[in-house]
Design a protein around this ligand. Structure first.
Ligand SMILES: [Zn+2]
Length: 249
């Protein structure tokens, strides 16, 4: 099991001073409702992971067998001797890892079940779960994207088990991804699960395709955000950013 080291911030909104500048880091944010509609219209085409027809006709076991043969062909083509004891099991090992771990979030059968509870504490302020560690895979290079997701919502009268927030992030991360789509998919899943529009998602991650090849920039990270409902209000947004330590001012 990977270690999840995240903390919960459920600090009530106080008469906090939200004045001062704040870094404009949200590529998906827009100014007017018209622009927002335009953005949603355009992003809808990109929110779904592109799956082919019959994507799940083969069972996971069949997929492992097929993928193992392809991995074997790749290693063979590269010139590796697959009778060597060290790599003999690699094709099967990689195939199992792809189907059961790295890309398990492609299969709707693996989507976490979400149970909502009534908000007995009548907690009406922002709930933030920050520093959710995730591992994903760049769909352009098939190398890791990894980092932190921060999610927040206002209860609509229902609350979610906190570990379910981690599980939803994990489910959408375990696919071939681009970070923008991952961000939007998590926000959409939260809106659906929590029955509210008032959700925010920020992802801050490193892309190994940038760090280990190409430009080889090991220090850059990529931030993407999706603000819905109340989080389109700048004061609410700043409160969220302050909890996750991103309100640079
Ligand atoms: Zn890449």
């Amino acid at each position: 099991m990977r270690k999840i080291n995240n903390t919960i911030s459920a600090i009530p909104a106080t008469a906090k001073d939200h004045s001062g500048s704040h870094i404009n880091m949200e590529p998906l944010s827009v100014g007017t409702d018209h622009e927002l509609d335009e953005m949603l219209h355009h992003s809808l085409g990109g929110i779904k992971t592109p799956l082919r027809a019959g994507a799940f006709d083969a069972s996971p076991e069949e997929k492992i067998r097929i993928i193992a043969s392809h991995v074997e062909a790749i290693l063979h083509t590269l010139g590796m001797d697959l009778t060597d004891e060290s790599i003999r099991e690699t094709p099967l090992r990689v195939a199992k890892m792809y189907v059961q771990e790295t890309f398990r979030g492609l299969d709707p059968a693996n989507k976490p079940g979400i149970t909502l509870f009534s908000n007995v504490y009548r907690y009406r302020q922002m709930l933030v779960e920050k520093d959710i560690t995730f591992y994903s895979t760049c769909e352009h290079h098939l190398v890791p994207i990894f980092g932190k997701a921060h999610v927040a919502y206002f209860s609509s009268g229902k609350v979610i088990g906190l570990s379910k927030l981690n599980r939803l992030v994990d489910y959408y991360a375990r696919r071939p991804q681009v970070q923008e789509r991952l961000t939007i998919q998590i926000a959409a899943a939260l809106r659906e699960a929590l029955e509210t529009e008032d959700v925010a998602v920020m992802i801050d991650s490193a892309h190994l395709c940038v760090a280990s090849r190409g430009i080889r920039d090991v220090n850059s990270t990529t931030i993407t955000t999706e603000y819905c409902g109340k989080f389109r209000n700048m004061d609410v947004r700043r409160e969220f950013l302050s909890y996750i330590g991103k309100d640079h001012r």
